[in-house]
Design a protein around this ligand. Structure first.
Ligand SMILES: [Zn+2]
Length: 298
């Protein structure tokens, strides 16, 4: 009987949970809405997601969370978009299920999955930028997921620039320039109040020069962020994922690469590649499951 784990990707709108084998294949999965009323409701929805998939082969559970996670203690410090406050999450879940539990930030989980089973296969070092409604990221260095703080969306690319989104009080961070929300803002300036990021990408696909130029402008900002992080981590392989990052990739990536090659030091800049994520919406779930296997094998 071979071991299975349960991976859970907790998002702002849905809970995606799956039964996963050692090769990363998702055997069964279920999707339910994220209750946003209270922490108690949210925790019981997570309990139910795990219990409904659990069978006698399940040896561990992994969670990818849109939260600030303290890796040493397994505690959550807080979350921006969901009602999950300061909480000793790993202990709570491990006692509830009587199994080893591993947790990480959702963007870190997605980066791990792309490294093992997606666009970053065979690359020892890799950076991933996830562009959705927010901008997250993760780094794999020397074949291992960097488990520390990796808030790629909140590096400064323009001093005194645009105010950040949500609860971040910073200015000129990468996030307000490169997300789907940023694309929607730009689309409305160009094409009126009914336009959004989806329409901007569709227009670019259909050959609209203004839309292509707008997306290239987003890529230019992203390229500055990529270059800065390549210069920090010494990596030359970058994966772009997330709903907006994947759909707009063809129009964002060329200018991102051009800018990143200009601004990255030669060590990384000469050989820099920017590729599209491959795992789509399952990346977070698959990454959470890989973390769970790590918890068993540790
Ligand atoms: Zn910020």
């Amino acid at each position: 009987m071979s071991t299975r784990v349960i991976g859970v990707d907790l998002g702002g709108t849905k809970i995606l949970a799956g039964l996963v084998d050692r090769a990363g294949a998702v055997e069964r999965h279920r999707e339910t809405p994220t209750p946003l009323g209270s922490q108690a409701e949210l925790l019981s929805a997570l309990d139910e997601a795990v219990e409904s998939l659990r069978d006698e082969r399940v040896a561990a559970v992994g969670f990818g969370l849109p939260s600030q996670v303290d890796q040493r203690t397994g505690a959550i410090r807080g979350s921006v978009n969901i009602p999950l406050g300061a909480l000793d999450f790993r202990t709570r879940m491990s006692e509830r299920f009587g199994l080893p539990v591993e947790i990480d930030n959702d963007a870190n989980a997605a980066a791990l999955a792309e490294h093992v089973a997606g666009a970053g296969r065979g690359e020892p070092d890799m950076l991933m930028f996830t562009l959705g409604t927010g901008c997250g990221g993760g780094a794999v260095l020397d074949g291992k997921l960097y488990r520390g703080w990796a808030e790629f969306g909140h590096i400064v690319i323009e001093v005194d620039g645009l105010p950040c989104q949500g609860f971040c009080h910073g200015r000129g961070h990468l996030e307000p320039y490169v997300t789907g929300l940023a694309a929607t803002r730009i689309a409305r300036e160009l094409f009126g109040p009914a336009a959004d990021s989806y329409r901007l990408v569709r227009l670019a696909n259909e050959g609209d020069e203004q839309a292509r130029k707008a997306l290239a402008g987003i890529g230019h900002k992203l390229g500055a962020g990529i270059a800065s992080l390549c210069n920090v981590f010494g990596t030359d392989f970058v994966v772009v994922g997330g709903g907006f990052g994947v759909s707009g990739f063809d129009w964002i990536a060329p200018s991102a690469l051009e800018t990143a090659k200009r601004d990255a030091l030669d060590a990384a800049g000469k050989t820099l590649q920017i590729v599209r994520a491959e795992l789509g919406t399952m990346a977070g779930l698959a990454g959470a499951a890989l973390l769970a296997f790590d918890a068993i094998e540790r």
